[in-house]
Design a protein around this ligand. Structure first.
Ligand SMILES: Nc1nc2c(ncn2[C@@H]2O[C@H](COP(=O)(O)OP(=O)(O)OP(=O)(O)O)[C@@H](O)[C@H]2O)c(=O)[nH]1
Ligand SMILES: [Mg+2]
Length: 282
């Protein structure tokens, strides 16, 4: 299966830059995470990053203000719909890097692991997929119900798609931005990681699992409801496997980016205004 993507990369003349010139975008979806952001930002390897994109779901706390205080050049994008899936779709569309890293904002995914994901991409992976359930991984955040649910859903995916995943519903992943059309994120909620993991398998991408330790959410409450969201994940798996028609190309998100004065502008205008680019693009 891996040969399919290799051929596609060749046919489309996709060239991936060497490590010294690769630009890394970090996409962070946020819904009322102000209290957790200092912890997350303290751990970001800024010197290795090209840009950080916060995709806010219209938080009612001061998530955006705190993010700007912590890192003034941050790009702030407003999602155009609802849910984590839509937020990630918006963040992926806004990202300009060669590599995109998905990171949660609640303190459970450790930004200090980013280099391990990037290493895997330079070692040949198209998609580096975090796993809490392989050697070296772990979780102090997952509840027994979620663990069982994840195990069942993960086994279902492995059986239906011939994968050997050890973790399915985990939000810490990284990928070359040229695989965005394969991900084609067109879902709203927490089923997004499953959708992505299934689509990279269907496309025959080279997927590497990376051991990751999930920490406890520091402040605030989870937005995930295990039964409701577990059923959404199951529906997604079945649809991806048995739907007669291939999914359509996802609509381009209606991106709105906030400039440094908090005005909603088109991303290009915001980029002209902001001093972007952490690491040199070479
Ligand atoms: N923009 C946006 N971000 C969201 C939305 N829902 C969740 N998020 C963010 O997505 C990340 C993961 O959400 P969590 O609520 O932590 O879900 P979880 O990790 O399954 O649950 P925890 O057990 O609390 O860790 C966090 O950074 C959230 O702020 C949303 O609707 N919009
Ligand atoms: Mg979380």
């Amino acid at each position: 299966m891996k040969a399919i993507h290799a051929a596609q990369v060749k046919a489309e003349q996709i060239t991936r830059p060497p490590r010294s010139r690769a630009r890394i975008s970090v996409v962070i979806p946020t819904l009322n995470e102000a209290a957790n952001l200092p912890h997350v930002f303290e751990r970001l390897p800024f010197e290795e990053l090209f840009e950080i994109i916060l995709v806010d779901g219209h938080s009612s706390d001061d998530t955006i203000e705190i993010a700007r205080q912590l890192y003034p050049p941050i790009r702030v994008v407003l999602q155009d719909g609802k849910g984590k899936g839509n937020a990630l779709a918006c963040g992926f569309a806004a990202a300009r890097g060669d590599i995109i890293v998905m990171l949660d904002a609640d303190g459970s995914t450790d930004p200090r692991e980013i280099p391990a994901y990037v290493d895997a991409l330079f070692a040949g992976a198209d998609f580096a997929k975090g796993s809490r359930f392989m050697d070296g991984g772990g979780s102090v955040d997952i509840t027994p119900l979620r663990r069982q649910g994840n195990r069942f859903l993960n086994g279902t995916v492995n059986a239906l798609f011939g994968t050997r995943y050890s973790d399915l519903c985990y939000g810490y992943n990284a990928f070359w931005s040229d695989v965005r059309p394969t991900l084609n994120v067109d879902c709203a909620g927490f089923e997004v990681e499953t959708l992505i993991n299934v689509r990279v398998a269907k496309a025959g991408l080279n997927v590497a699992e990376i051991p990751s330790v999930e920490h406890e959410r520091i402040h605030g409450v989870s937005k995930l409801h295990p039964i409701r969201d577990g059923l959404r994940v199951l529906r997604t798996i079945l649809k991806e496997r048995f739907a007669r028609r291939e999914s359509q190309v996802a609509q381009v998100p209606n991106l709105r980016e906030l400039d440094s004065r908090g005005r909603a502008v088109s991303p290009l205008d915001a980029l002209n205004e902001q001093p972007l680019g952490l690491a040199s693009a070479g």
